[in-house]
Write a protein that binds this ligand. Sequence first.
Ligand code: ATP
Ligand code: MG
Length: 293
Amino acid sequence: MIDQAEDLRKMMKEMSGNEAVKGYGGHRKTRVITVSSGKGGVGKTNLAINLGIAYAQLGKRVVVMDADLGLANVNVCLGIIPKYNLFHLIKKQKTMKDIIIDTKYGIQIVAGASGFSKIANLSDAERDIFISELDTLSYADILIIDTGAGVGQNVLSFVVASDEVIIVTTPEPTAITDAYGIIKIIATEVNNPALELKLIVNRATSVIEGRKVAERVINIANQFLNVKVDNLGIIYEDIIIPQSVRKQMPFIINDPKAKASQCVKHIVSRLEGVEFKEGGGLKNFLAKMMGTK
Ligand SMILES: Nc1ncnc2c1ncn2[C@@H]1O[C@H](COP(=O)(O)OP(=O)(O)OP(=O)(O)O)[C@@H](O)[C@H]1O
Ligand SMILES: [Mg+2]
């Protein structure tokens, strides 16, 4: 499994190997962020999309790829009915350029393929097609990969190829246990020393609750696995999210001032080390509000 994933990683490295495509500060041009969780339904897809839009609002070129090949739903959350998706790409019927979709929110998406089995079940030839087509995305500053829950081979392949993995949990005990479970699997099965693990506590009802959950996961990972996990903060439980899902609209667009939207902007500013132009003093305020200060 990891051999296959290694190919992906090599390809990602090649995306950066060319001086012409290197971005600012000599860093690799495309920053690959995979969003994962142990338990399903914790908010990965909503995070991936809204994080992508927040990045786009900072002027970044962003592609959000729906790598949940079982139950694709990035496009559903955006109210988009794609003509083609990853299935057509892997089956060599279409290229990445054909399947990538512009949205009115400043991000591009690559739709997943509902009902399709895992990437790791692809034949070598199919996987090679996928890998070489990924190269077409090297113009992007940020590639956010939304995965299905859990630790299928598909998910591990993306994880090994990423710069960062954001693990999403909620304060529910089952989600916390499963978050630890996926961190353990990543720590033991993924050979990528440069990989950064980050944690978001979604659906927190208070900063204190979110911080407690984060500390628990981070401390246990540190103690038992000797793995460093960074706390990216919380996203509040917020009615704007289910409301926006029903409207098939990203919540950060539906209500940019909503608590959840502010949280996502804060998370991007933490990831990027830059400030959103929200007015003086707000960064500190947000940092405190999100429990990251
Ligand atoms: N912060 C939040 N506040 C309130 N509701 C939320 C929040 N985050 C997510 N939800 C709700 O949880 C549901 C599941 O979210 P989402 O589809 O993003 O999860 P997922 O982790 O991608 O699920 P899957 O594992 O099935 O891919 C959404 O329909 C949304 O209404
Ligand atoms: Mg999802």
